[in-house]
Design a protein around this ligand. Structure first.
Ligand SMILES: Cc1cc2nc3c(=O)[nH]c(=O)nc-3n(C[C@H](O)[C@H](O)[C@H](O)COP(=O)(O)OP(=O)(O)OC[C@H]3O[C@@H](n4cnc5c(N)ncnc54)[C@H](O)[C@@H]3O)c2cc1C
Length: 427
């Protein structure tokens, strides 16, 4: 299954559809950047293609979604005639070289309407929303493989002595994992990956409940929560995924930059996840415009209620206080800055775009803090080293990563003018 919608500006869509007598459609035009557009790994390839009928309304209100198979399928389900959809060329990419990204040409190919006419965007979004979550997981996956390689290397590579004195006298030098700055890199990767993994499981639970919970109100709540966190999972996870792959490369020093070790490939592969399925900038706009400002913070308040309820259940647990207290503080920051954006956007529409990327990161950091508190709550009841490591990683997260929120609040409040002042000609 491929998706052929392509790019942010769907209003300029050039693929055309015309209706045939038998109820099928003729699809013509070209699409660039189609992941797995052509290959021989499967017996058939099904393209979902957005196209416009000649009499369709302008803009995205006139876009319909079509299914265009590489091979038409006979009534007895066997493969039939080759459809008029062909790969024009393969894109030369920075990374993900094992994935064929194609220019696809549709030359009066047979297509079948999916859903209602002119409702293509809505239909495509049900696929894209799932894909956005999947791409977030791609970010974690690449961060994890980079982390595993970096940890192995850091335990093995000998360089200098620990700042506190020799740790391994039998060796010519200490392994680099004794150095605080190397630990900073590894722990940053670990804290984002494990917090992110917990959040992806939490989000998957919300998605399941949104569909299957017996109570309608709970279904609605979960739907809103998943709508709110989807752009965060896509953009925050792929941003820290890319950041983590770069840190992993850095842990290997010069060897990280040499192809033989494979670390540079993770950096190249992770980069696309910040771009496709809607750039992270567009995810941030979706979050602030559609999920925050347009509903006056309703989804956000529902999420905050969930977190406040959790805090009130665990407020008296002494051992958890070290985490609950700063979490509660950051929740106040989140509430305050969200309201600031909602108010400021009423008089200055540029506030939405000037705050969006910072706000998405801020919300991502608070969500990960929530996951880390929950993780600590479970880990405190166990003694195995695995759980002790969780508590120590949570402590690192709270003390070294979560304070980014202070800076993000400040940059959001700096507003939009400083971005818009410079004349286009003077860039
Ligand atoms: C390897 C690869 C595989 C792909 N696979 C597929 C696929 O299978 N199917 C498919 O349909 N597409 C696919 N794409 C396309 C991909 O989804 C788009 O390239 C991506 O969504 C960005 O769109 P664009 O290239 O048009 O960028 P543009 O929309 O031109 O964006 C350029 C820059 O401007 C910013 N920007 C744009 N509009 C705004 C705005 N309103 N406000 C603020 N900032 C803005 C963006 O964030 C970005 O930084 C693929 C692309 C690549 C590179």
């Amino acid at each position: 299954l491929t998706e052929a919608h392509c790019g942010t500006d769907l209003g300029l869509l050039r693929t055309k559809a015309t209706l045939n007598n038998d109820g099928t459609y003729n699809i013509s035009g070209a699409k660039i950047f189609i992941t797995s557009g052509e290959h021989d790994l499967a017996e058939n390839i099904i393209h979902t293609v957005l196209a416009r009928l000649p009499d369709a309304p302008p803009g995205i209100k006139g876009i319909s979604l079509f299914l265009v198979p590489k091979f038409l399928v006979n009534s007895d389900h066997t493969l039939g005639q080759r459809n008029a959809v062909h790969c024009g060329s393969i894109e030369e990419k920075m990374g993900i070289k094992a994935s064929s990204t194609c220019v696809m040409n549709f030359d009066n190919a047979t297509g079948y309407l999916i859903g209602e006419l002119n409702q293509g965007m809505q239909a495509m979004f049900s696929m894209m929303n799932l894909e956005r979550l999947n791409i977030g997981i791609e970010g974690i996956g690449l961060a994890e493989v980079s982390y595993q390689n970096a940890v192995n290397y850091a335990k093995d590579r000998l360089q200098s002595r620990a700042l506190t004195g020799i740790k391994f006298p039998e060796k010519a030098a200490d392994p680099i994992i004794v150095h605080p700055d190397v630990r900073r890199m590894l722990l940053t990767m670990k804290a984002y990956i494990e917090g992110g993994r917990a959040l992806s499981v939490w989000a998957a639970m919300q998605a399941d409940m949104a569909e299957h919970h017996e109570d309608e109100k709970t279904r609605e709540l979960c739907n809103n929560l998943i709508a709110l966190v989807t752009p965060v999972i896509k953009a925050f996870f792929t941003d820290f995924g890319s950041e983590a792959c770069n840190l992993g490369l850095q842990v290997l020093g010069g060897h990280g930059y040499i192809k033989e070790w494979g670390m540079e490939q993770f950096v190249r592969d992770a980069r696309i996840a910040q771009i496709y399925e809607g750039t992270n900038g567009i995810q941030a706009l979706d979050l602030v415009r559609r999920k925050l400002v347009m509903n006056e913070g309703m989804f956000l308040n529902q999420l905050i209620d969930v977190m406040v309820e959790y805090i009130s259940h665990h407020q008296t647990e002494n051992e958890l206080a070290e985490f609950i207290q700063p979490f509660e503080d950051k929740l106040k920051d989140l509430r305050e800055i969200s309201q600031w954006i909602i108010n400021a956007a009423k008089t200055d529409p540029n506030i939405i775009g000037s705050s969006s990327t910072d706000y998405l990161r801020l919300l991502g950091l608070v969500l990960l803090a929530f996951m880390w508190v929950k993780t600590v709550e479970v880990s405190l009841k166990k003694s195995a080293p695995f759980y002790q490591a969780k508590i120590k990683t949570a402590r690192f997260y709270f003390q070294k990563l979560l304070p980014q929120i202070e800076c993000l609040k400040q940059t959001i409040k700096a507003g939009s003018q400083v971005l818009m002042d410079l004349d286009t000609d003077t860039f």
